[in-house]
Design a protein around this ligand. Structure first.
Ligand code: GDP
Ligand code: MG
Length: 370
């Protein structure tokens, strides 16, 4: 349950602590400045003082989302979001680049491909795929720890000349913990010493049984260097996506996750947001982590200005009041006051938490010294 200290309550109402303590006493509660009271009691007191009650919490934000609960008939297919993982030097970056370069029409946006942390490609079969361009387990876990589950499919890259290595196992564990299906890309197949069979048998020991071993995890031999197998990989992803039946409702207030964010000298705070549900429009008011704003401009992965972005689309969002963190969730809300209120509530909650953690450490240090 939510709670607030008497001191903080007085502070927020701009009333004297003594007066708040007195009011609480009149309501039968004997408390001091640093004691906490529950939200219901606080609300009574606030009304006693003739103030207006605005209760804001993450639960409220969830309600905002849930109140727009999607009806089955409003749902449409959305592209899958793919993260590439694997051991260092097994070719994650090369593979992401190869897919991007093979699939981005040259001459588009003057041939310059903007790096915004994610990009979309289209398969031969016409299926759109969204790749998170931030390979690395740290990004995956930190996002997950912040509550953002952005990945639908993990592509596990294993070099055919090196087979299963420690970070391969780590990636398998991440995917399993997140319950995200995997597709194995056996890379560097162009190398003379490539041994894809060893990769498949190694994987067995980690309970990853690929199709070639009569399992149900798709495996595709690829070369990021020659481009061999890239289309097969994309088709495998498209097939997996079909099985997942990924849906979203484009006709509702947007929800998304921050992939990366930075303070841009010319443009101010900029966040790359992966839209997870709904559609984000220019002019929308939103809260994102401890920040809020109004969409001033949206820029897609090709560097083009766009008016809106729907489910599974990555876009750069301009118009933030501060820089959010990767993994922060963006929600569109109705009013700027609401956005500010939620952002401030979260900032305060985070501050309280840090203070509490700090106090605990100090106490621990004191005890150790004693
Ligand atoms: P990452 O650490 O997983 O991102 O791996 P990189 O993409 O940086 O690749 C590591 C090294 O392997 C680089 O020298 C790449 O040029 C090389 N490499 C990546 N893919 C292939 C491939 O398909 N064939 C060959 N021969 N080399 C590759
Ligand atoms: Mg790399």
């Amino acid at each position: 349950p939510e709670a607030i200290t008497v001191g903080e309550l007085a502070n927020r109402m701009a009333e004297r602590v003594a007066d708040v303590v007195k009011a609480l006493m009149q309501n039968g509660m004997m408390v001091t400045q640093n004691q906490t009271i529950d939200a219901d009691t606080a609300e009574l007191i606030v009304e006693d003082f003739g103030h207006h009650v605005v209760r804001v919490s993450d639960a409220d934000v969830e309600q905002v989302i849930e109140s727009a609960d999607d009806k089955p008939e409003d749902l449409v297919n959305r592209p899958p979001v793919i993260t590439v993982m694997g051991h260092v030097d097994h070719g994650k970056t090369s593979l992401l680049d190869a897919i991007r370069n093979a699939k981005v029409v040259s001459g588009e946006a003057g041939g310059i491909t903007q790096h915004i942390g994610a990009y979309q490609v289209q398969t031969e079969g016409g299926q759109l795929l969204t790749f998170l361009d931030t390979p690395g387990h740290a990004a995956f876990t930190s996002m997950r720890s912040r509550g953002a589950q952005v990945t639908d499919i993990v592509v596990l890259v294993v070099a055919a000349d090196d087979a299963v290595m420690p970070q391969t196992v780590e990636a398998i564990n991440h995917a399993k913990a997140a319950k995200v299906p995997m597709i194995v890309a056996i890379n560097k197949i162009d190398k003379p010493e490539a041994n894809p069979t060893k990769v498949r048998t190694d994987l067995l020991q980690h309970e990853v049984v690929v199709e070639q071993m009569s399992g149900d995890v798709q495996d595709v031999e690829v070369s990021a260097h020659t481009g061999d197998g890239l289309d097969d990989l994309l088709e495998a992803i498209a097939l997996q996506a079909e099985l997942l039946e990924l849906k979203a409702n484009p006709d509702r207030a947007a929800q998304g996750a921050v992939i990366e964010a930075q303070l841009d000298v010319g443009r101010g705070p900029v966040a790359t947001v992966l839209i997870q549900n709904g559609t984000l429009h220019q002019g929308d008011i939103f809260v994102v982590g401890e920040q809020y704003g109004k969409v001033r401009a949206l820029v897609n992965d090709k560097g083009d200005r766009v008016k809106e972005a729907g489910p599974s689309v990555p876009v750069e969002v301009l118009g933030l009041n501060g820089t959010p963190e990767a993994g922060d969730v963006l929600n569109v809300v109705s009013t700027e006051a609401q956005a500010r209120e939620i952002a401030e509530y979260r900032a305060q909650a985070a501050k309280d938490k840090r203070a509490a953690a700090g106090a605990a450490t100090t106490l621990e240090q004191l005890m150790q010294r004693a």
